[in-house]
Design a protein around this ligand. Structure first.
Ligand SMILES: [Zn+2]
Ligand SMILES: [Zn+2]
Length: 954
């Protein structure tokens, strides 16, 4: 058989599957064991798939294929996540738009239409990848979150939540992208690498103490300041209070005619480089409520006194032990503001620019405003220190703009109310790996803030809320029919700007009901897929109920706090249930250098090229056997993919070729049944091993432990090729029917068992073995035959192989080649004669006995040496046969020219043995000159030189 090109072979199989509609047929098989529900986590339609998508896609393929063979029906419909910032950003880039204002300039209608066509174009590119990794999924009927039906189910869900009192509007602090002009949800930040190190300016500000009682009590005559530290200098314009650590002590320090208050622990660092003296130690209580002068007077009419407050979150590991309270710019700040009744100032607009009242930098982007503010503080002697720091900072996961905390009126799902139920139903979920259950997932629920579900954007499901422009009355709708009935207008699309056109009179007065401008977070789409993909409850009521919750979902770790979380929240809020029963969490695939895969780093091989070079099966083996399938991160390696061919696919293929060769030569009929109780120890052993392999593989897949299952594959192939076949060579050559029947049976079993993992090559092998069905994927999952399992035989064979390895190592150590026969080995284990025979053949030792102590006779007699010589000659002739491309049935003629008569005599003596071993018709002693040979070689031994020429016998 010609050397195998796996990608070429896979192309043929793909064509075979398509032409014969094998996937469709597999879905139509009688499902004796009922339905199995799988949800496809929709990928964002941005660009072509990367390794993470491929890994996920393969994990989503192997389990459904397996269960289909087991008699389940597994519906597999692809989904597309079409909405949200990721797509908007791609379209903005394409159209050269820089910010939200630019979008409004070109008009919303044009923008939305561009989004729609972008989705259509990009999604088409995925087909090639899906096919070539062997994923069976219905792409043709894929659901799309931008479809009208899908969106209607999403607004239905929204209305349900609203009616249940789970949705509220409020001023909340969330991370905000000033370029995209929208809040970003906490779980979007938790995904991927949303944090990166960044250099920033930190400043220490001087807040002048104006508390007369305090100054008098401590006899402070010089100007006295509270020193506060911040890494966001721009936020100092709206400081509403200063927080101090309730358990810290503070020092009053004098330097250059001014006094400062700093926490005791930080005095040395803060005053580094200054001449200073310590005046007095003060407790936290003594400086609590201390009044100071604000840095900027823009908000003096919002608050009477500016003073200090205790707050447990203040650190004395960095800064001064005094931090600013600025309600609109941070979680903990908000907490303190609410606790102490401090106003929350929102003075940054939706583009991240200061509003008018901030005179020092009105209309300036906050990061750019820092320099203006720092200069201004310097001029007014209110800046103590300015330094560069490197800290971990969140960035927008789409446009990479540094995020800011910003207070904004948003809509929220009241997650706090749902938490007890979220914990409860998590107990019913089988997590793989297990640690996610009570680890990251549970922790994620514990710390989850309310879910901000409104976005001030465009390309998304519109929020179905209308509000009166006069009285502020609200109406929420959960279906197209409801909107149409109330407005008397036709609803063609739930996207902006179409839906914004729908206006109608208020019922309470002469106001007009106008849709609130916000759209829904696209994660509400993703989390709604169990019902929305079926347009529930408007259609497919029964189908949905039967398919919820899912039996199986799989995604990477980033989705633990994202897709898995939103599915869980919505399922609990709407149906009081978990959304999935089994979940496999994979790790992240990093670049070759351990950094995030990035085109600009050139740190990963192009997935399409890798697939073209090594094929889908190799990639499947590599990814499914990798630590990422156990939830760990891994660096991508092309070498790793390549290795799968050498380590697994070629060995499997060679076993098949070996079988086919001898089956043909000996006219083996696959209908030959093997004996009820096989008698040869090798047959007994390999049959037992193959049944065990099946059992273990099945058990691991049942438990969703995919990489452990994959690891069984090379182990088994090694047993089959390097022990069973190698030790059975003579039997195959002789046409032993039991050996052929055993190998056939083992190969068939292995092929069926690994079909879900390596669907291409198994299909080819199955057909070459003459499988009964049209395709291996239409086969039933094999049932283990317990009667063939023999732990005793496996144990004896294990001991045999252990001894073999030990003695081979000893031979190597003494420099005695295996082809040199030895006379005696005594082993310290008890083994039956058949096993001793195997050892004799494997180790080339004349006699092996069981005894008390291990002993190997290494003395080489003249006779043994002679035998070794003959073996070497036979080996060389076999090599020549192979290099000449001869097969088993080709008979040859040999011409030997020997320069030593003693040597010639020995060979003459052994000639019938050599002829038999090498399938030689005639062996002639002659000169090689003036003759034409198919192959020719020269061997040098101690006694002299042997030249050999090979011809095909006529
Ligand atoms: Zn952004
Ligand atoms: Zn009204």
């Amino acid at each position: 058989m010609a050397k195998l090109n796996f990608p070429e072979l896979e192309k043929k199989i793909l064509k075979f599957w398509q032409e014969n509609k094998i996937f469709e047929k597999s879905l139509k098989r009688p499902a004796s064991r009922g339905e199995y529900v799988f949800y496809d986590g929709p990928p964002f339609v941005t660009g072509v798939p990367h390794y993470g998508h491929l890994l996920g896609s393969i994990a989503k393929d192997i389990i459904p294929r397996y269960l289909t063979m087991k008699g389940k029906r597994v519906r597999r419909v692809w989904g597309w996540d079409c909405h949200g910032l990721p797509i908007e950003n791609k379209v903005e880039k394409k159209l050269g738009l820089k910010n939200r204002r630019d979008i409004e300039k070109i008009g919303l209608l044009k923008f939305i239409n561009e989004c729609k066509s972008y989705v259509a174009e990009t999604s088409a590119e995925w087909n090639w990848y899906v096919d070539h990794i062997g994923r069976w999924v219905d792409l043709e009927h894929a659901y799309r979150t931008m479809d009208l039906d899908y969106m209607e189910s999403v607004i239905w869900a929204f209305k349900q939540l609203y009616d249940k009192g789970l949705i509220y509007k409020g001023l909340r602090i969330s991370l905000f992208c000033p370029r995209c002009s929208t809040p970003v949800s906490n779980f979007e930040i938790a995904m991927d690498n949303s944090y990166a190190d960044r250099e920033d300016t930190a400043i220490t500000m001087k807040f002048k103490v104006i508390d007369e009682t305090f100054l008098k009590k401590h006899k402070i005559k010089k100007p006295c300041y509270l020193l506060a530290w911040t890494t966001t200098p721009w936020s100092c314009v709206s400081v509403m209070g200063l927080a101090i650590g309730p358990k810290f002590s503070y020092q009053l320090v004098e330097s250059s005619g001014e006094c400062f208050l700093i926490t005791t622990k930080r005095v040395k660092e803060v005053m580094a480089g200054c001449q200073y003296k310590i005046i007095r130690k003060l407790s936290s209580q003594e400086i609590n409520g201390l009044k100071y002068e604000h840095l900027y007077d823009y908000y003096h009419n919002r608050l009477k006194d500016f003073k200090t407050y205790p707050a447990a979150y203040v650190s004395n590991e960095e800064g001064t032990g005094i931090v600013t309270i600025n309600g609109a710019f941070g979680d903990v700040d908000m907490e303190s503001s609410q606790k102490y009744g401090l106003p929350i100032i929102v003075n940054v607009d939706e583009e991240g620019k200061f509003t008018e009242e901030v005179k020092v930098a009105a209309g300036v982007y906050i990061k750019d405003a820092e320099k203006l503010i720092i200069d201004d503080l310097k001029n007014r002697n209110l800046l103590f220190k300015e330094e560069k720091i490197i800290h971990s900072y969140p960035f927008c996961y789409r446009c990479e703009t540094p995020l800011i905390y910003r207070g904004q009126d948003s809509w929220f799902i009241d997650v706090q109310k749902l938490k007890p139920r979220l914990f409860e139903t998590n107990k019913k979920i089988h997590w793989v790996p297990e640690h996610f259950k009570n680890g990251r997932f549970k922790e994620g629920i514990k710390t989850a803030p309310d879910w901000c579900i409104s976005r001030t954007r465009y390309w998304a499901t519109a929020m179905p809320i209308w509000q009166c422009d006069k009285c502020g009355g609200r109406e929420v709708f959960g279906s197209i029919a409801e909107i149409e009935k109330r407005s008397g207008q036709k609803v063609m699309d739930l996207h902006r700007p179409f839906i914004d056109e729908i206006k109608f009179p208020c019922q309470k007065g002469d106001g007009t009901m106008i849709r609130v401008k916000d759209v829904l977070d696209c994660w509400l789409d993703s989390g709604s897929m169990p019902y929305a993909e079926r347009h529930y409850p408007f259609a497919n009521k029964e189908e949905f109920e039967k398919s919820f919750p899912a039996d199986y979902i799989s995604e990477y770790t980033g989705q633990v706090r994202a897709w898995f979380y939103v599915l869980h929240v919505l399922a609990n809020a709407l149906f009081h249930s978990h959304a999935f029963k089994n979940v496999v969490v994979s790790g992240v695939i990093m670049g070759t250098d351990g950094r995030k895969m990035s085109k600009s780093f050139h740190n990963f091989p192009d997935p399409a090229e890798v697939i073209k070079k090594y094929g889908g099966d190799a990639l499947r083996l590599y990814l499914m056997g990798s630590p990422t399938m156990a939830g760990l991160d891994m660096n991508i390696s092309e070498e790793g993919v390549k290795e799968q061919i050498k380590k697994i696919l070629l060995i499997y293929w060679n076993c098949l070729t070996y079988y086919l060769t001898f089956a043909e030569v000996h006219h083996f009929d696959t209908k030959t049944t093997i004996e009820k109780s096989p008698s040869n120890v090798l047959d007994i052993w390999i049959l037992s091993r193959s049944q065990k392999f099946l059992k273990n593989f099945t058990q691991l897949l049942d438990d969703y432990h995919i990489p452990e299952a994959v690891r069984l594959v090379p182990e088994f192939l090694d047993d089959l090729s390097r022990w069973y076949i190698r030790r059975s060579r003579d039997r195959f050559k002789e046409g032993d029917q039991a050996a052929l029947a055993t190998l056939y049976r083992v190969l068939m079993l292995f092929t069926k068992t690994t079909a879900p993992l390596i669907p291409f090559i198994t299909e080819t092998v199955y057909q070459k073995l003459g499988g009964e069905k049209k395709s291996v994927h239409l086969e039933d999952w094999p049932v283990a035959e317990e009667s063939l399992i023999s732990d005793k035989a496996e144990e004896k064979m294990r001991i045999t192989r252990e001894i073999a390895a030990l003695i081979l190592a000893k031979r190597a150590e003494k420099g005695i080649k295996v082809r040199q026969p030895l006379s005696l080995l005594i082993i310290d284990k008890k083994l039956p004669a058949e096993y001793l025979k195997l050892l004799k053949d494997e180790l080339n030792i004349k006699e092996i006995r069981c005894g008390k102590k291990m002993k190997l006779e290494t003395k080489i007699t003249a006779k043994l040496k002679e035998e070794g010589l003959v073996r070497e000659i036979v080996r060389q002739i076999q090599k020549m046969r192979k290099s000449a491309g001869l097969v088993q049935k080709d008979v040859i003629e040999l011409v030997l020219s020997i320069d030593n008569s003693q040597l010639e005599k020995i060979i003459e003596k052994w000639s019938s043995h050599i002829k038999k071993e090498t399938i030689t018709h005639e062996l002639i002693f002659d000169q090689l000159e003036n003759q034409v040979f198919l192959a020719q070689t020269e061997i040098t031994v101690d006694e002299g030189k042997i030249k050999i020429g090979l011809k095909v016998s006529k």
